[in-house]
Write a new protein. Structure first.
Length: 149
């Protein structure tokens, strides 16, 4: 019997697959997955251009799908894996979902929630892990914007 290893890197690779889909769709390449009990229950990527909706960030799409899957607006037993540090809007939504853990890849020093507030916007019980596969996550975003210039 093969032992399955559940790790932050494994789930971040799945978020990176979503970010690649966004890149290919000419969206800012951010991907997210929500994990509950070691199972991915939601996958999403940025969809703002396609929907013409500034709120259609990967995290927002993933929260909606995860809440629908669980039949609950609270995601306190879930982990969000996202390739780029959430913005203030997405961190605020994470607060309201009471997400148990947020794992992000690349830091966003200009638009990330940590740069925008003195006090964390996330729920006080939310655990945060950053820098998981940061180089790979950041490279995708940099390549996207380099191609736009």
């Amino acid at each position: 019997m093969e032992l399955t290893v559940f790790s932050d890197e494994r789930f971040m690779k799945e978020a990176l697959k979503e970010a690649q889909k966004a890149f290919e769709a000419d969206e800012v390449p951010v991907g997210a997955v929500v994990v509950h009990k070691n199972t991915i229950i939601a996958r999403a990527h940025n969809y703002t251009e396609h929907l013409n909706d500034v709120t259609a960030h990967a995290e927002m799409q993933a929260f909606t799908a995860a809440a629908d899957y669980l039949g609950s607006k609270y995601l306190d037993e879930c982990t969000l894996y996202v390739t780029l540090e959430p913005c203030v809007m997405c961190a605020g939504a994470a607060f309201w979902t009471q997400i148990g853990k947020v794992v992000f890849g690349a830091a966003d020093e200009r638009r990330g929630y940590r740069a925008a507030a003195e006090k964390s916007i996330l729920h006080p019980k939310t655990e945060v892990v950053n820098g998981i596969m940061a180089e790979e996550c950041g490279a995708l975003v940099k390549n996207f914007f380099k191609s736009k210039r």
